[in-house]
Write a protein that binds this ligand. Structure first.
Ligand code: FAD
Ligand code: NAG
Ligand code: NAG
Ligand code: NAG
Ligand code: NAG
Ligand code: NAG
Ligand code: NAG
Ligand code: NAG
Ligand code: NAG
Ligand code: NAG
Ligand code: NAG
Length: 573
């Protein structure tokens, strides 16, 4: 067999590093667990399983190294990573009917750490209601907020911001942990003129826009300071944290880069369940095999039969119920030069900011540019009178997020502007991730189904109205010059057109391998994350969300991975 033949090659090329670039450097191809994808979740599972020296783990990552990639280290440089590059899978959706036929980009990281190496670093857990809905729908109380809180704490390493500013009144220490692995902090640079106006608004409009000391308490409603996965002014990803220096030298943990898994192999039936003995993967045009004795595959994209590919297991829900949150932006020109755009457009300022970051990891480049977030609910009366059922997970759970940034992302060159991103948090629209080719190296067909449900558009319109009122608060009067576009006087149809023409993806695609109750007639994995009908095959990543959480998705992904790793450990105790 190919695998056995390869093992004889291994000792020819000893390597001191533990992240291997070339399969011939790998000390072996036979492991207890093979993890497909060294992404956000995959590296958590790799770390936790190798806490037990009796377990050997191989992580196969299709992408390249994160090591020394400046754009993945300097928080402010995140935007540089969102274009086609060797760090990207370069996906776009199929034309979206709800977006007047436009396609939208779906960035996905092609590097160690997965999307945690190139995401916006925003740290939001979602609401307690979100996880209690997970527990209710799966019938497993282990997915409830109370039971997951210890896993949030295992993940989170609360870190003081690198500027050491006084953080009292900006977060609630009681809901954070400094004992976890992945750094989380308040921003060390806050764009004070803009940020102060935002905070002042909560004092002037306390009923509509209340201040929330900590949006990660399980009760996110209100407006509060951004927390992000940044430590010491640098991005904290699953690669820098869970595969950090204190873990990567474990003898039982091997990571192979440039290795794209294309197939599960050696299928057999054990006690009526399908089991696989290993995986096939490609490196540099050659196929290799690795076998997992205990088996654990963190699958990313699930192939579907229909192109002459024989199906071993019939799970119709694979790739269905794809859920992503739409986002669109509203902007205002302002009477201030303290904006991201002036920093980007002025070479002198840019170079000074970079030199400062390079010297001390402080200054504007130590943060990602969002200052605060707000979460609010639609009015339940208005929802009901429009005959919409409430898509949120519960009464403490928001429908809408507003992200504040002193930037218009270069949309009006030469002028100073600020903006808010409006996110529809509980979209009812669903899409799919399928394939149209039998070649596993071709891109999947991604349809996020944006704005195909009326309630999602309605939510967007309600959010616009609410945000326009915020910017009427007295505090903004000498600061705001004018809104960009006249949405204030637009009809519903005009608002819909604006939303359809400007919506993008938040890059929070989840749910294509959803968990469901053991006896459910839909779903892809059981509540213990085992693939239905299979054994020794688990999916542990953002695809298993049964519903999207009402926030950004990385914290939830980390927590699913932390608990998922415990479920695997428990099974092989
Ligand atoms: C641009 C962007 C910005 C975002 N911003 C935020 C944010 O600010 N806050 C937030 O909370 N969330 C954010 N998210 C979402 C969040 O990062 C993701 O939901 C989360 O990281 C997903 O984790 P995952 O483990 O499921 O997948 P990933 O982290 O994507 O990991 C999958 C890994 O598997 C690898 N892989 C895929 N196929 C194969 C194969 N066949 N063989 C081997 N390896 C393979 C990939 O290369 C990748 O490394 C953002 C996402 C993106 C893309
Ligand atoms: C590892 O295996 C040894 C020998 O079987 C056993 O004594 C030990 O308890 C195991 N360690 C863990 C952490 O499971
Ligand atoms: C994405 O596009 C870039 C630039 O065209 C290319 O270098 C890179 O290899 C592509 N990524 C993948 C996974 O094909
Ligand atoms: C999609 O999810 C819903 C629950 O939210 C479920 O009722 C439905 O069966 C799922 N559809 C598929 C195809 O899995
Ligand atoms: C850029 O910023 C520097 C430093 O504040 C300032 O002196 C200069 O006038 C600015 N240049 C432009 C073109 O605005
Ligand atoms: C960053 O700092 C290093 C030394 O720590 C120096 O070699 C390098 O030139 C600096 N880069 C820039 C752009 O200032
Ligand atoms: C809501 O449903 C009722 C009963 O079917 C109907 O009379 C009413 O017109 C609907 N309202 C809206 C806004 O669609
Ligand atoms: C498959 O879908 C992609 C878009 O996702 C498209 O570019 C490609 O042409 C399609 N291929 C076939 C054979 O339909
Ligand atoms: C801009 O702000 C200054 C004071 O900071 C004020 O004097 C001026 O009137 C403002 N301009 C506008 C257009 O609001
Ligand atoms: C909206 O219309 C009113 C009344 O005509 C006008 O005063 C206001 O300036 C308009 N708003 C914008 C943003 O143009
Ligand atoms: C929205 O997009 C459609 C389709 O591209 C275009 O025809 C229309 O003019 C756009 N509307 C606005 C207000 O820009």
């Amino acid at each position: 067999m190919f695998a056995r033949a390869l093992i004889t090659l291994v000792f020819l090329a000893p390597c001191l590093c533990k992240v291997y670039e070339d399969v011939v450097q790998l000390p072996g191809l036979s492991y207890d667990f093979v993890i497909v994808g060294g992404g956000t979740a995959g590296n958590v599972v790799a770390n936790r399983l190798t806490e037990n020296p009796n377990f050997s783990v191989l992580v196969l990552e299709a992408g390249v190294s994160n090591e020394g990639v400046l754009d993945s280290i300097v928080p402010f440089f995140v935007v540089n990573l969102l274009q086609p590059s060797i760090y990207e899978w370069n996906y776009t959706t199929v034309p979206q009917p709800g977006l007047n036929g436009r396609n939208v980009e779906i960035p996905r990281a092609h590097m160690l750490g997965g999307c945690s190496s190139h995401n916006g670093m925003i740290y939001t857990r979602g609401s307690a209601d979100d996880y209690n809905r997970f527990a209710a729908i799966t019938g497993d109380p282990g997915w409830s907020w109370d039971r997951l809180l210890p896993y949030f704490f295992k993940n989170e390493k609360w870190t003081p911001p690198v500027d050491h500013h006084d953080t009292r009144g900006q977060f609630d220490p009681a809901v954070h942990s400094n004992k976890g692995i992945n750094s989380v902090s308040l921003s060390a640079f806050n764009w004070p003129i803009f940020a102060n106006h935002v905070i002042e608004s909560t004092k002037e409009l306390p009923d509509e826009w209340p201040f929330n000391l900590d949006m990660n308490s399980g009760k996110p409603l209100g407006l509060g300071w951004l927390q992000s996965t940044i430590g010491d002014g640098m991005r904290s990803s699953s690669a820098t944290s869970y595969l950090g220096p204190e873990f990567i030298h474990r003898k039982n943990l091997h990571v192979l880069l440039n290795a794209q898994v294309s197939k599960l192999v050696e299928s057999s039936h054990v006690n009526g369940k399908l089991t696989f003995g290993g995986v096939q993967f490609a490196q540099g045009g050659t196929l290799f095999y690795s076998n997992g004795r205990k088996g654990d595959y963190s699958l990313r994209w699930s192939p579907l039969a229909g192109l002459g590919i024989s199906s071993l297991l019939d799970i119709p829900s694979v790739g269905r119920n794809a859920t992503d949150q739409p986002v669109f932006i509203l902007g205002w020109t302002v009477n201030s030069t303290q904006t991201l755009d002036s920093l980007i457009q002025n070479t002198t300022l840019f170079n000074e900011a970079f030199a400062q970051w390079n010297r001390s990891h402080t200054g504007p480049f130590s943060a990602e540019g969002t200052t605060q977030l707000a979460f609010f609910r639609l009015d339940s009366q208005t929802l009901a009178s429009n005959n919409f059922s409430d898509p949120s997970a519960g009464s403490d759970s928001p429908h809408i997020e507003v992200a504040f940034s002193p930037s218009n992302f270069g949309a009006l060159p030469g002028s100073q502007a600020v903006s808010v991103g409006i996110i529809v948090l509980n979209p009812v629209s669903r899409g799919s991730v399928t394939i149209n080719s039998s070649n596993p190296f071709d891109s999947p067909v991604i349809d996020v189904g944006f704005l195909t449900s009326d309630v999602d558009l309605f939510t967007g319109r309600e959010a616009i109205a609410k945000v326009l009122k915020l910017f009427k608060a007295p505090t903004w009067q000498d600061y705001i010059i004018a809104p960009i576009g006249d949405l204030e006087n637009s009809s519903d149809d005009e608002l819909d057109e604006y939303i359809r023409n400007t919506t993008r993806s938040t890059n929070h695609l989840v749910g294509t391998a959803a968990m469901s109750a053991k006896d459910a007639r839909y779903g892809v994995v059981d509540p213990d994350l085992q693939v239905k009908g299979a054994s020794r095959l688990r999916i542990i990543d953002a695809s298993v969300f049964p519903f999207i959480v009402s926030g950004h998705t990385q914290a939830a992904t980390y927590v699913i991975a932390e608990r998922g790793a415990d479920l695997v450990k428990e099974a092989w105790k």
